[in-house]
Design a protein around this ligand. Structure first.
Ligand code: LHQ
Length: 262
């Protein structure tokens, strides 16, 4: 693992594990952490050895969003739109656009942008003791990091508005019951379960996974007919992949497939 940076990076078994690492600030984002995370996602998109990403946090929290010490309005007017345009929106786009699975392991608190980053990942697991807080309401802000997109789509308007207006903590189990995350797991099993899931996905047909992710995300804005057309195009491409040849060969030869992600 790289030392003394705000984001620890480790590549093993095709999984690039990115660990937010400002534990004394509950992994609140400052510029350095943003830049380090950006560089991790750039590596994930360009390095063919990376076939899945796992995102987690060190210490007792996943991430509590923006470091409020860095945008103190008492120091003068703040252009939060600039911060969002420069850092948060590119991060959210890189998570959604990466054509590889992004697994999030939420330990402890996920607040503000931290919660919505977790909801933007492809599969999110949370420790049973974790809680999700739309903290924006407590400081006069609006949910960002895609929260106003993901919350109503994942849990409906009534629950989305209630969470965003009250900033009440949501338990991991309720988040899983409501469909905000994939699963709540015992605290001590979080990292093992998330790592095993990430390694399993990293050994899968990466191209097919990437297109699957793209298709499911496109459904949020496509019509039914547009979606059928998209499925046809993506299936055409998947049908020409080496992993499709391997998958069918393995099935017919009654053996386990060995996917190369091509
Ligand atoms: C923090 C923070 C924090 C700095 C805890 N910053 N230090 C985007 C673009 C531009 C600007 C604005 O925002 C955004 C998006 C956003 O994410 S806005 C939402 C920002 N997040 C919050 O409002 C959450 C603020 N934190 C809290 O409400 C609590 O800390 C929670 C409920 C998360 C955890 O409570 P506790 O477990 O009781 O821990 P604590 O409050 O004692 O925090 C521990 C330390 O972490 C403490 O520092 P200290 O030096 O006193 O030990 C906090 O000051 C620090 N910390 N969140 N966002």
């Amino acid at each position: 693992m790289a030392e003394s940076v705000c984001v620890l990076e480790k590549l093993a078994e095709g999984v690039l594990c990115l660990t937010l690492n400002r534990p004394d600030k509950l992994n609140a984002f400052n510029e350095e952490m943003h830049r380090a995370l950006r560089s991790g996602f750039e590596r994930a998109s360009t390095d063919s050895a990376v076939r899945a990403v796992m995102l987690t946090g060190s210490g007792r929290s996943f991430c509590v969003g923006q470091d409020l010490g860095d945008c103190d309005p008492r120091q003068g007017p703040q252009d939060l739109g600039h911060t969002i345009e420069t850092f948060y929106n590119p991060l959210l786009r890189s998570i959604r656009r990466l054509e590889k699975p992004v697994i999030c392991a939420v330990n402890g608190v996920a607040a503000g942008a931290g919660a919505n980053i977790a909801f933007a990942c492809d599969m999110t697991l949370a420790a049973r003791s974790a809680r999700f807080i739309q903290a924006f309401a407590k400081i006069g802000l609006v949910p960002d990091s895609g929260g106003t997109f993901s919350l109503p789509r994942l849990i409906g308007e009534a629950r989305a508005k209630a969470l965003a207006l009250t900033a009440e903590p949501l338990s991991a189990e309720t988040a899983a019951d409501w469909g905000l995350i994939w699963r709540a797991v015992d605290d001590e099993k979080l990292i093992d379960e998330a790592s095993a899931l990430a390694a399993r996905l990293a050994a899968g047909p990466t191209k097919g996974f990437g297109m699957t992710k793209r298709a499911i995300q496109a459904a949020a804005t496509n019509s039914f007919d547009e979606q059928l057309d998209l499925e046809r195009e993506l299936q055409r491409q998947a049908g020409r992949s080496a992993d499709f040849t391997e998958g069918v060969a393995a099935f017919l030869e009654k053996r386990k497939p060995v996917f190369k992600g091509q």
